[in-house]
Design a protein around this ligand. Structure first.
Ligand code: BGC
Length: 908
């Protein structure tokens, strides 16, 4: 009875859907994005790319045509008029990256848009909801404001009053305050971002940030206030020459601000920074990205950013030089407070010294809630670990290199509860040592504020093994500790955008977060750094950190990351924009090569045992990267319609391959000599013709027999090891590595107290928060979950589904939001029955490898798969039944036999 009513309920709930599909109408497009973003306010390209997705339960849904309307007002758009652009009905299946092609767009204008589509049968959808974008300031002449500064020992405050005589329709502020700034209007901070603007090579480009300040202004008297910090523009505390990441000083803090106020009557007024502004020393006595911040609350000036403020000590600002580069809109999501952590425990290792444990390692700061007499100096030192006596141990935070300790100091105002957070610094830490508080601090006196670039989540992973879930979560925590407008190596010691770290973490970051804008910003960081260094790709970007010089394996990021942006997002623009530079970099590497072998590089960095590779020659990884770069360049050249370049690169790739095999392959032992060597060679197809299964067998043998089930890889190998093992049927060996508990293993790190991935596998003064060690997480998505992009049809326009089949893992579920919508793969593998639910987004297709001992037994939705709608059966291949699927949600069931599966994968 219960069952019947549940079924009835299901029918009733689904009825509207069924009816809708039955009528053949397409759902309205949704998820509208412009240049990958939702309603951006700072577009600077003439033809921004527009994308939408279709949510429909219909199988095999394809778009046959679209029509985009772009209007200059919501009313015009509502009347279905595209006064800026009416694409008309365009016969096309493109639903991502459709370039705007209407009237020329001028600085600051708002564009309202919507789209409708037609399905394969010619059925028209309703219009989408409307979306919008605004143009940024497109030319240097748009900047009518002046750069201003103020000689001050402290972080200065700036202010200006102005009046708003009429009703406001819309107001936008455009601000660049270097190194970091906060904008206040009428006493309120504008926006919830922190640490603006993102770090760049300021002499090449600096970011301005657009604020919608309409709601902060009022009719009558108003005031604008800006607080400026040193940030990366004036980083004087650390000048690390020894390790090459020192000098990042550009000049004293400076600011440009202009606000466009549009009145309801259509008139426009500007409020701009100029010599009429006044400035004053502020309460931040010092701030530094490494060394921390000192704040004297007794120096606060209540009302300083409100109209009518009449504090003393304010003097006219100085007009100063522009930083030198172009002003460009920030585009990447700002850094924000992303999570609040409660103190886990407070200890008192020495009289007057309290140590707060925030429960896990992270990047950010603490919020101090304190009540103490005026002038009380509360000092906080931030560390990743504790010494045996319970005191904080600053060692792993790099004091040996930086000669500074991450320290915040707060001097109390007195007279009640004071709540304080630093503004212009951040730390990497888990423990906080507090001194100076006259009493016994309660745990809630400090809260951990987790801070990183607010990239949208784009992927999930869960499985039946809690240990794997924990490892995945740890990789995520390590990644998010290192996204602060730059992909950093670690949040405490260096905070550097090392190129090698970036390319090994790029793919896992993309599966987990929405990264197209972040990574294209970083590719431009590599380029601006290159430009300012006479065309040399340096190992770190941005920030002129190094003596000019390149390690070719690290520099490979300049070619790999544009490739990943193409592969995962279908973005061709980054490749187009940087093609010349990428080519020059490759030519530079070619110049280093002798007989196609490149010997320079860092190598397979930080394997068990230390920083430097011991098992894999540097020449092997560097030559493999040289090959990878060349192959990517051949693809890039084809993509851009440069067949001669493509032929040249293909020819070069062939020669590198030959040289690589003859130099590094051991035909007797059928190995390139190490886990990393074999895995990377297999990934790139660098093994001799027909030798892949032998090399895979050597790789597995090394893991299982030679290393007792452990990995022996550095950051390059760790990205590829798991993929290649499971690709050849050694799923259990791949999984087994994660289940090891003795050294070296991630579980071993856990037992040593790790909550983020360490730079090294041993207890040391290496950093304890290094995302370059998290490259393996890509395999949780493309191996365990089994969702892969297809380079022939990138951006998941066509995807490949092929899950893991292994003893001892009963279920897994992954999701990933692609430009076309969410893909998902959820399987259970119990009692030799494999049940697999997948989702292929509308307007995309997939090749699906259903694991099956007997291909004829595969069902979909309880029916023989040959009868399933939306599916074409291709035939059996390597233990799977291969299908071509259109969009939709499918539930497959098959019988699996692990032994047969392993053999079918090529396992020897
Ligand atoms: C960084 C690494 C980086 C390496 C290059 C280290 O100091 O922390 O992550 O890639 O140097 O040698």
């Amino acid at each position: 009875m219960k069952r019947v009513s549940a079924a009835l309920l299901l029918v009733l709930v689904c009825f509207p859907l069924i009816r809708c599909a039955g009528q053949g109408g397409s759902s309205a497009p949704s998820g509208l994005r412009c240049e990958f973003r939702v309603d951006p306010a700072d577009i600077e390209t003439a033809g921004p790319r527009l994308s939408w997705i279709i949510e429909t339960a219909e199988r095999g849904w394809r778009q046959s045509a679209y029509r985009v309307l772009v209007a200059s007002s919501p009313e015009t758009l509502a009347a279905d008029r595209g006064d800026l652009w009416d694409s008309g009905r365009v016969e096309s299946d493109a639903s991502a990256h459709v370039p705007y092609n209407g009237r020329e767009l001028t600085s600051g204008i708002a564009c309202y848009w919507k789209v409708r589509v037609w399905d394969a049968g010619g059925q028209e959808s309703p219009w989408s909801e409307s979306a919008r974008w605004e143009m940024g300031l497109l030319s240097p002449e748009d900047w009518i404001a002046k750069w201003i500064g103020h000689a001050s020992e402290t972080a200065p405050l700036f202010r200006r009053e102005f009046s708003v005589p009429k009703e406001i329709a819309r107001a936008r502020a455009y601000i660049c305050g270097l190194g970091y700034h906060e904008l206040y209007i009428n006493g309120k901070k504008s926006g919830d971002q922190v640490l603006d603007p993102g770090q760049t090579d300021y002499e090449e480009r600096a970011f301005y940030v657009v604020h919608d300040v309409t709601g902060l202004l009022r009719r009558g008297e108003n005031a604008v206030g800006v607080m400026l910090g040193d940030g990366w523009y004036n980083q004087r505390a650390v000048n690390e020459a020894k390790y090459g990441w020192g000098d990042v000083v550009y000049g004293d803090p400076r600011l440009i601000f202009q606000m466009r106020v549009e009145y309801a009557d259509g008139s426009v007024e500007w409020v701009v920074s100029d010599d009429r502004w006044i400035a004053s020393p502020g309460p931040i006595l010092s701030s530094n990205v490494y060394a921390g911040e000192t704040y004297d609350a007794r120096l606060e000036q209540p009302g300083w950013s409100e109209p009518g403020f009449a504090g003393g000590g304010w003097t006219p600002v100085t007009l100063v030089e522009a930083p030198g580069g172009v002003l460009e809109s920030q585009k990447i999501p700002p850094v924000k407070r992303m999570e609040t952590l409660q103190t886990a425990v407070v200890t008192n290792p020495k009289p007057g010294v309290y140590v707060f444990d925030m429960g896990r390692n992270f990047a950010g700061w603490v919020r101090l809630n304190v009540q103490a007499p005026a002038g009380t100096i509360i000092s906080m030192r931030f560390a990743e670990t504790l010494a045996p006596d319970g005191m904080v141990d600053m060692g792993s935070t790099g004091v040996g290199a930086t000669h500074v300790e991450q320290t915040d100091t707060y001097i109390c105002r007195g007279g009640g509860l004071e709540i304080w957070e630093p503004r212009f610094t951040y730390h990497g830490f888990r423990y906080v040592e507090m001194t100076g508080y006259p009493g016994q601090p309660a745990p809630d006196m400090l809260e951990g504020i987790v801070v990183y670039t607010a990239v949208e989540p784009a992927g999930t992973f869960t499985c039946s093994d809690p240990m794997l879930n924990r490892i995945h979560q740890t990789a995520i925590h390590t990644l998010t500790s290192n996204l602060h407008s730059v992909p950093t190596d670690c949040p405490a010691r260096e905070k550097c955008g090392w190129l090698g770290d970036a390319h090994v973490m790029a793919e896992m970051s993309i599966f987990n977060f929405d990264m197209p804008v972040f990574w294209s910003k970083y590719v431009m960081d590599i380029e601006t750094n290159r430009r300012s260094r006479g065309g040399i790709v340096e190992d770190i970007a941005p920030g002129r950190r190094q003596e000019p010089g390149t390690h070719p394996d690290w520099g490979s990021a300049f070619i790999q990351i544009p490739w990943y942006l193409y592969l995962y997002y279908g973005d061709t623009e980054v490749i187009r924009e940087h093609y010349e530079g990428m080519q020059e970099f490759l030519a530079h590497v070619e110049g280093l090569a002798k007989e196609y072998i490149v010997s320079e590089g860092y190598g397979d960095w930080c394997p068990p045992g230390g920083a430097r590779p011991t098992e894999t020659p540097v020449a092997l990884t560097s030559t493999a990267y040289f090959y990878f770069d060349t192959v990517i360049m051949a693809r890039a050249a084809e993509l851009l319609g440069k067949p001669e370049d493509a032929a040249r690169f293909r020819d070069l790739a062939g020669k590198i391959r030959e040289a690589f095999i003859s130099r590094f392959y051991d035909p007797a032992e059928k190995t390139f000599g190490s886990q990393t060597a074999d895995a990377f060679a297999l990934y790139l197809g660098l093994e001799p013709e027909g030798a892949a299964e032998d090399v895979a067998a050597s790789l597995a043998d090394n893991v299982v027999r030679v290393k007792g089930g452990h990995f022996a890889t550095g950051v390059t190998g760790s990205l590829h090891l798991y993929r290649e093992l499971s690709g050849y049927g050694y799923d259990d060996a791949a999984l087994g590595i994660f289940r090891k508990t003795d050294y070296p293993s991630i579980n071993n790190l856990f037992s040593l107290g790790a909550t983020t991935l360490w730079e090294k596998w041993e207890k040391s003064y290496g950093s304890l928060n290094h995302p370059m060690q998290g490259g393996f997480d890509v395999w949780f998505f493309d191996g365990i979950g089994g969702i892969k992009p297809d380079p022939e049809s990138p951006g998941f326009r066509h995807s490949v589904f092929r899950p893991l089949v292994a003893d001892g893992l009963e279920s897994a579920e992954v999701t990933h939001r692609s430009p076309y919508g969410v893909l998902s793969s959820a399987w259970t593998n119990k009692n030799r029955v494999f049940t697999w639910k997948i989702r292929v987004p509308a307007n995309t297709t997939a090749t699906v490898h259903v694991p099956a001992a007997d291909p004829s037994s595969v069902t979909e939705g309880g029916k023989p798969v040959s009868k399933a709608e939306g599916i074409t059966v291709k035939g059996p291949d390597r233990g799977c039944l291969v299908l071509e699927a259109g969009s939709g949600t499918y539930t497959f069931e098959s019988r699996v036999d692990p032994d047969a599966w392993r053999k079918a994968q090529g396992r020897k």
